[in-house]
Design a binder for this molecule. Structure first.
Ligand code: PLP
Length: 391
């Protein structure tokens, strides 16, 4: 019998990929499927970004790059952070990785081990809990509640810190809920953390450019007093419709940038060179495609929230960021997983059970509106018919 490391039995997964595989299999068998499951923009990467990658390949950028990313890309990240958040970041603190997920895993590997505690959002991106469990650290959930618009409460978070807490993870705008934490709660958290100088914080800001109703993103980078312990995760996947390019980065504090680079050298050497040139073009080129995508998302968001609230037994709070809504389906009388399965198999609509994002997701469904308005409208019609047939 093979003797696998114990962490392997604790490693979770991201259900979105499983639902995608099931939805694709049903579609391949001839069933009409509308995918509101996967968390990726339905737009193509803007043409000037694709062209930059082709040019890089033609120009002969075929070899390894520095493990933390080509210098001009790290400089462009620093300039972009200045443009967006008004902060001055040394490019030496930036480490480019193959997707935001890699930053997440590296940060959790750096702090997690048996005996340590890591606080993470629940419902939240499933890889947080999975990676924490993998390291043997205790995963301490921070419940994100509908009554708070699925933002976190600083008091709730601070009350979970113990002398074993090494890292706290926050994410706003949030997956799976689209929730955006109020600025006042972020400021309260920063103040409260003064009492816990040995606790690091990873702020997952991957959806920071996808915000609605005039909301402006408050990056944790703006708080100078956190700089020596803040890992700020961001990337290209969502903002520039580049999920398949595998491009992410983080700003790491002090020596942690070197450690993250060392992990990169151990793990993947560097990110695909042509993708880095594409990422450079994204940051330095025109931004009108980003604005267009956000406008389209906003239109769909308004539509889907309205449509969900018209369905019997379903209610949905407004979401102010990302491209997800998290309707409450507890009155339907089925578990979230049963609703997910019924909608996919009977109605041909892929969504994801809230429980795939943690125990506090029971009674909810993640609906991604990264799909055309026509498809979303048809999916809502099918959802309504499915509910009516169950009666
Ligand atoms: N963080 C959150 C909250 C996400 O939802 C995702 C992707 O779905 C990521 C990070 C990672 O994105 P990527 O690895 O594509 O950069």
């Amino acid at each position: 019998m093979l003797q696998l490391a114990s962490g392997m039995s604790r490693l979770g997964t991201e259900s979105a990929f499983e639902v995608l595989a099931r939805a694709n299999a049903l579609a391949a068998a001839g069933k009409s499927i509308i995918n509101l499951g996967i968390g990726q923009p339905d737009f193509k990467t803007p043409a000037h970004i694709v062209d930059a990658a082709i040019k890089a390949l033609k120009d002969g950028h075929h070899g390894y790059t520095p493990a933390n990313g080509i210098p001009q890309l790290r400089e462009a990240v620093s300039a972009d952070l200045h443009r967006r958040h008004g902060v001055t970041i040394d490019p030496a603190q930036v480490v480019v990785v193959p997707g935001g997920k890699v930053t997440m895993f590296f940060a959790i590997l750096m702090f997690g081990e048996p005996g340590a505690e890591i606080i993470y959002p629940n419902p939240g991106f499933p890889i947080y809990e999975s990676a924490i469990n993998f390291t043997g650290a205790k995963a301490v959930p921070l419940p994100l509640l509908e009554k708070n618009g699925f933002g976190f409460s600083a008091d709730d978070l601070l009350s979970r810190i113990t002398d074993k807490t090494r890292l706290i993870i926050i994410n706003s705008p949030a997956n799976p809920t689209g929730g955006v934490t109020a600025d006042a709660e972020v400021e309260k958290l920063v103040k409260g953390l003064e009492k816990f100088p040995n606790v690091a914080i990873m702020s997952d800001e991957i959806y920071s450019e996808i915000l609605y109703e005039g909301r402006k993103h408050l990056s944790l980078l703006r708080f100078e007093q956190l700089r020596d312990r803040l890992i700020m995760l961001d990337g290209w996947s969502k903002t520039y419709a580049m999920t398949g390019w595998r491009m992410g980065y983080a700003v790491w504090p002090g020596k942690l940038a070197e450690l993250a680079t060392r992990l990169a050298i151990n793990c993947h050497s560097c990110v695909n060179a042509s993708a880095q040139y594409a990422g450079l073009a994204a940051l330095t080129g025109p931004k009108d495609d980003v604005a267009k995508m956000c406008k389209a998302f906003d239109e769909r968001r308004r539509f889907v929230v309205g449509a969900l609230n018209k369905l019997p037994g379903v209610s949905c709070v407004d979401a102010l960021g990302a491209f997800y809504v998290f309707p409450n389906i507890s009155k339907i009388g089925l578990t979230a997983k049963q609703v997910e399965g019924g909608l996919l198999n009977d109605a041909g609509v892929a969504t994801i059970a809230g429980t795939s994002f943690g125990s506090y997701g029971e009674g909810y469904l993640r609906v991604s509106y990264a799909n055309s308005l026509e498809n979303i409208a048809e999916a809502m019609r099918r959802f309504g018919d499915w509910l009516a047939q169950r009666k």
